[in-house]
Design a protein around this ligand. Sequence first.
Ligand code: SF4
Length: 53
Amino acid sequence: MVHDVLCDVENCVWNRKGRKCGATEIFVSSRKGKKASDHHETDCQTFKPIQDA
Ligand code: SF4
């Protein structure tokens, strides 16, 4: 089980300083439903953008 998820997507509401994910769980999928062959072909579906004020 993953203890810490390091993530540099700074415009996600779950992102914490130190580039860590603060969500209780995340869902990562293969991009476009295809079999991923490298990290570029995976996406975090838990991403939620910080709304600009
Ligand atoms: S939810 Fe996904 S994109 Fe957002 S901080 Fe966590 S790992 Fe990064």
